[in-house]
Design a protein around this ligand. Structure first.
Ligand SMILES: [Zn+2]
Length: 142
């Protein structure tokens, strides 16, 4: 498959419409330069009706990041592009536990007040429900 716009980088596809900006927030913590991000909002999709999509020029996301994205976008597909060609397609699956990046929604949790790295058990995968290991709050990231 040839892609027109991206020579090298990552295409994050099949994000549910409305989740693209949230995913972008998570990605920005990975020191991706603003100038190398292209985001598409509400593009027609055969699978989802409408979808969001993110292209990262000259940046490859790792497996951990792909897993994080699948918390918000269960159908996410990660395409790795080299010289306009998809060389790898990844459909991440959720693990049973997850660390870091997603802040706990409980403002009094010590991960927020003391800066501990967050740790969650994934209580449910459809929809995703996370349970904080520190304060035991349960919530759905969205
Ligand atoms: Zn917590």
């Amino acid at each position: 498959m040839k892609t027109q716009m991206l020579e090298n980088g990552t295409v994050i596809d099949h994000l549910p419409a409305g989740t693209g900006l949230r995913c972008l927030d998570i990605l920005k913590k990975q020191n991706i330069g603003e100038e190398s991000i292209i985001i598409f909002i509400n593009v027609p999709s055969n699978v989802l009706g409408k979808k969001d999509m993110i292209k990262l020029q000259n940046f490859y996301i790792d497996e951990k990041m792909a897993t994080f994205l699948s918390l918000i976008a269960p159908h996410v597909t990660i395409n790795i592009i080299h010289e306009h060609t998809v060389t790898k397609k990844v459909k991440p699956t959720l693990p049973d536990t997850i660390e870091g990046l997603i802040p706990c929604i409980n403002s009094r949790c010590i991960t927020n007040t003391e800066g501990y790295m967050t740790e969650y058990d994934i209580k449910s995968k459809q929809p995703v429900v996370l349970k904080c290991r520190y304060c035991e709050f349960e919530f759905t990231p969205d």
